[in-house]
Design a binder for this molecule. Structure first.
Ligand code: ADP
Ligand code: ADP
Ligand code: ZN
Length: 217
């Protein structure tokens, strides 16, 4: 299954992708995770991406398209993938179409997770990530059993520098201006589904599975 997960920052794309990976056993391809991984390793890509991420701006299309093309070319993506956080501009959407055409595949579904802005801000400012395994928590909505320690692997939890309120507001504005127009782009094809993301994690997951398969999970 070739799936595109869309939605504003904090909509729950990463959280839902983790559940979909478990169910469908296909890789989760997140451009944000790729950039953060590169930054942790201090590669030139990571250091360049940091300049944009820190201020809530988008990394230039040329760079982002390049790393996505490389990632999708890996053998684990042959049978399917969950694309999260890409495309974020119309230019990226056109590039994705070209990449998929070259690979001889088509998206099966575009799922847009919709959450009102006033819920996104507390979700993002309360988000915590495991330094070791990347699992996502929330101080209030999904707290770890022990403060600052990952339930899954015992790793230390941290707050992303771009999850400070000021940067969050900038990212939501960038989303509105640059990414929101993609909704129309995909709406014009019949593979687009909108999911109400302002529900429990489990209810959102159920709605996504229903939209993918037409069956309750
Ligand atoms: P995205 O990948 O779209 O930016 P995340 O999956 O990282 O979003 O979720 C953002 C934050 O909101 C995280 O702290 C996560 O634990 C929390 N979260 C995710 N889904 C829900 C939900 N349905 N209800 C409340 N909080 C949620
Ligand atoms: P979220 O879902 O919370 O917005 P991501 O982890 O997807 O966060 O992205 C974090 C940052 O990485 C973005 O604010 C942006 O700077 C950069 N980034 C991720 N994906 C893209 C993309 N497709 N195009 C440009 N920049 C991106
Ligand atoms: Zn962990």
């Amino acid at each position: 299954m070739y799936l595109l997960l869309m939605g504003p920052p904090g909509a729950g794309k990463g959280t839902q992708a983790a559940k979909l990976v478990e169910r469908y056993d296909i890789p989760h391809v997140s451009t944000g995770d790729i950039f953060r991984g590169a930054l942790q390793e201090r590669t030139p890509l990571g250091l360049e991406a940091k300049r944009y991420m820190d201020v809530g701006a988008l990394v230039p299309d040329q760079v982002t398209v390049g790393i996505t093309r490389e990632r999708l070319a890996k053998s684990d993506c042959i049978g399917g993938f969950i694309l999260d956080g890409f495309p974020r501009t119309l230019q990226q959407a056109h590039s994705l179409d070209q990449m998929l055409a070259k690979m001889g595949i088509r998206l099966n579904k575009v799922v847009n997770i919709v959450v009102p802005d006033q819920e996104l801000i507390p979700r993002l400012t309360g988000r915590r990530i495991c330094q070791s395994c990347g699992a996502t928590y929330h101080m209030e909505f999904r707290p770890p059993a022990q403060p600052s320690i990952c339930d899954r692997c015992g790793g230390e939890l941290y707050q992303r520098t771009d999850d400070q309120e000021e940067t969050v507001r900038e990212r939501l504005e960038v989303y509105r201006l640059q990414t929101q127009p993609l909704i129309q782009y995909y709406q014009e094809r019949d593979l687009y589904s909108e999911i109400n993301g302002a529900q429990s994690t489990e209810a959102v997951f159920r709605d996504i599975v229903v939209s993918l398969t037409g069956e309750e999970p």
